[in-house]
Design a protein around this ligand. Structure first.
Ligand code: TXA
Ligand code: MG
Length: 381
């Protein structure tokens, strides 16, 4: 098993041709997952391939990192009870240490080993939404190493719905700590290729389970305070939660001490500056030669004004739009355009989570000073 506990070793004589040094678009076309794996000797396995889950589980048990599919986004997983393995997640993501990580379980009963999910609200929410895109923040048990919770006395727990994620956790026989498998601050991955592009060299295995059906991260709901609070909008809507436990509010943690770093103002950012503009307000008078990409909810009336257009949902369906959001942002970001314009989506249901991601992307994508010399987004470090 190569690379566990350190980077992957490059086997001698296994190098194929060098990637082309040109535009981001050409690089992306070149780096199909198979090509990238060949060039960098990274490992991607189809999750349905016989033996893939066993191998991934073995890597986790040995303290390695496995990127795996969930129904929301791809996760970068490590054994939740192995602090060294979890430390490597922070390292690989370039993630600030104050940022706590979600513990993934394969069964509601397993959650009780890591957090206090015995209360009535937790019980009702688990029954209704697990497996699925709802993360519960509750008081943690002794079992959870403090590196997982960044020193907090609470832990975020969820049971994902993707069969490969469940099989992996079950086979590993332990909970899996996993943030989204992207560099800190960048757009979350919804396909194995997205993980391969950013982190392929640094994880021990990528399990390919296809496109993420939900496409946006889980809703983070805190049950640790006096009243339930949504710390991050996500795959389960506020309305859906309220149908089960009554009124909930969105949390408002101070930016200097974010309770949930998904709340950081700059997050989910593209490298290309992005602004959110209503149809009427879109600057028709682009600077001469300026290349603008449009992220539209439905088909735009005049697509020819843009160098590239991504439509999130031709039929105006918010669920479809959420599923397409991050992949569409990545495609636009890979084209080397001057700027991106996103149209607002209706601010209801999943539209709230989509708008939340777009606003943070807009706030973050303009912070050139937050990048390292490779153009990687390093906000918060
Ligand atoms: O859908 C998802 O939630 C994906 C998949 C992989 O499960 N994971 C994900 O993880 O989005 P991450 O690390 O990118 O986001 C987790 C969010 C962060 O905003 C983090 O601050 C918050 O959950 N969180 C984790 N533990 C917390 C805690 N104890 N208290 C408050 N917020 C917490
Ligand atoms: Mg994330």
């Amino acid at each position: 098993m190569p690379g566990i506990g350190g980077g992957l070793e490059k086997p001698a004589g296994n190098f194929v041709e060098q990637p082309p040094c040109c535009t981001a678009a050409a690089m992306n076309a070149y780096f199909t997952p198979a090509k990238a794996a060949q060039v960098r000797n990274m490992r991607i396995m189809d999750a349905a391939h016989p033996g893939a889950i066993d191998e991934a589980a073995e890597i986790l048990r040995a303290g390695g990192l496995v990127a795996f599919p969930t129904e929301t986004v791809y996760g970068l997983g490590a054994d939740a009870c192995n602090p060294l393995a979890v430390a490597r997640i922070f390292e690989v993501k370039r993630r600030p240490e104050f940022d706590p990580i979600i513990v993934h379980v394969a069964h509601p009963a397993a959650a009780a080993e890591y957090g206090d999910v015995a209360g009535e609200l937790a019980r009702q929410l688990v029954e209704r939404f697990w497996p699925g895109p709802l993360t519960l923040v509750v008081r943690k048990t002794e079992r959870v190493p403090s590196i997982v919770t960044a020193g907090l006395n609470t832990v975020a727990i969820r049971m994902p719905a993707h069969p490969a994620a469940l099989a992996l956790i079950r086979t590993a026989g332990r909970a899996v700590a996993a943030p989204s498998a992207n560099l800190f601050g960048y757009v979350s991955p919804t396909e194995a290729a997205h993980v391969a592009e950013q982190l392929g060299r640094e994880v021990d295995l990528i399990l390919d389970g296809g496109r993420c059906a939900v496409g946006i991260e889980s809703t983070v709901l805190s049950l640790a305070g006096p009243a339930p609070q949504i710390l991050r909008a996500g795959g389960v809507t506020k309305e859906e939660i309220e149908q089960v436990i009554g009124r909930v509010e969105f949390g408002t943690a101070a930016p200097a001490a974010p309770e949930s770093p998904g709340q950081l103002k700059r997050h989910y950012a593209t490298r290309t500056p992005l602004s959110i503009e209503e149809e009427e307000a879109v600057r028709a008078d682009h600077r001469p030669g300026e290349k603008v990409g449009l992220l539209a909810f439905a088909a735009p009336p005049d697509p020819t004004k843009y160098a590239a257009v991504e439509v999130l949902s031709g039929s105006g369906n918010l669920r479809e739009a959420a599923a397409n959001l991050f992949a569409a942002l990545r495609r636009l970001d890979s084209l080397g355009l001057d700027r991106l314009v996103a149209r607002p989506v209706p601010a209801r249901g999943l539209g709230l989570a989509i708008m939340d991601r777009l606003r943070r992307c807009a706030a973050g994508s303009c912070q050139e000073d937050q990048r390292d010399q490779d153009g990687r987004y390093v906000a918060g470090l």
